[in-house]
Design a protein around this ligand. Structure first.
Ligand code: ZN
Length: 341
């Protein structure tokens, strides 16, 4: 039985680091686990310009110890008024690694999101031409669509036509949650990929109502039925280069989670690798973990693989009730693998 697993240093291809005091509180959790991370731009106001991305990157680096080598990869928040020239300039200078598309009102701080993706044609043409990835929160926001169906309906109504109309555009369907999403990505061409969170591998929707209402299991897209969890698991451990690690770690203050109309988001950064590796072990797929965590993402983005390694060891680790004053994913549970010092 393998008791130690050494892999190339991994990256997180989807994280919310927030800003101000929350940034200070959480950023070291991500930097401890990952070499790089794709940082979501849904601040208030959102990051839509090169200057804003550069300033945000500087605040992230300032919140970290000077001796670390964590690299934040910045993203541009697409709005109805997105400027293709600014986006191309940002990509060329390295200020923007990718663009993020939120349908308006899909999740936290997405009120500035895109109301009609067809109006973004010039931006998408530019991104396609320069090889800049489009990262998509793939849910329709229509109130007449059941919340558990919003990802599948988005794929049918929006993503499938988008892939057809922009065949050379690199697209990452973020935080997939359904069998429909896993199948769509697997069947699409090599320029369509997906990130997968720990919570969508561990939880089905029963977890939201387990003995009472569970705000710390609430995220968007919301966790789904068991058959969807199993399909997403199968995709993660398949070894396909189209699926890679993206935690979607999304910290909120405890009182903003545990309230009437609590916020969506799970703070999974502190034990992210421990959480993922548990799934790969349960699926008998530890040999596929390095690809998922450390290789598929950079290859899709066209970035170099990291140098150096991290080691996980088979030793129990108790996840505390609080990390940085917040409730982490798996709080109070014991996980079977831990990051070796
Ligand atoms: Zn997110």
């Amino acid at each position: 039985m393998t008791d130690r697993l050494t892999i190339r240093r991994p990256d997180d291809w989807h994280v919310h680091l927030r800003d101000g005091a929350m940034l200070e509180a959480v950023v070291s959790q991500t930097a401890r686990q990952f070499a790089r991370a794709i940082v979501m731009p849904n601040l208030t106001p959102p990051v839509t310009t090169v200057a804003a991305a550069e300033a945000y990157r500087a605040r992230i680096l300032a919140a970290l110890p000077a001796d670390g080598d964590f690299r934040p990869l910045m993203t541009c928040y697409l709005t109805d008024g997105a400027d293709p020239t600014e986006i191309a300039r940002g990509h060329e200078s390295g200020a923007f690694t990718a663009c993020k598309l939120y349908p308006a009102h899909a999740t936290t701080n997405s009120a500035h999101g895109v109301t009609d993706i067809r109006a973004l044609g010039p931006v998408l043409d530019t991104m396609q031409r320069i090889g800049m990835p489009l990262l998509i929160h793939g849910e329709v926001t229509d109130r007449d669509v059941d919340i558990f169906d919003r990802e599948a309906v988005f794929i049918e109504r929006t993503l499938a036509p988008l892939v057809r109309d922009f065949p050379d555009l690199k697209i990452v369907l973020e935080h997939i949650t359904t069998a429909e999403a896993a199948a769509f990505v697997a069947d699409a061409g090599p320029l369509v990929a997906a990130t997968i969170t720990p919570q969508h591998l561990h939880l089905n929707r029963n977890a939201l109502f387990d003995g009472g209402l569970r705000p710390h299991a609430y995220c968007l897209p919301v966790i789904k039925r068991e058959r969807h969890r199993l399909a997403v698991r199968a995709a993660a451990v398949s070894g396909s280069p189209k699926f890679f690690l993206g935690t979607d770690s999304a910290p909120h203050a405890v009182e903003r989670k545990e309230m009437d109309c609590g916020c969506a988001g799970i703070f999974n950064a502190p034990f992210a690798l421990e959480s993922y590796v548990a799934v790969f072990e349960e699926e008998g797929a530890l040999d596929k973990f390095e690809g998922f965590a450390s290789e598929h993402g950079p290859r899709f983005y066209g970035l170099p693989l990291n140098e150096g390694t991290v080691t996980l060891e088979r030793k129990p680790v108790e996840v505390p009730a609080r990390v940085a004053g917040l409730v982490p994913f798996h709080a109070g549970e014991t996980l079977g693998w831990r990051l070796a010092e």
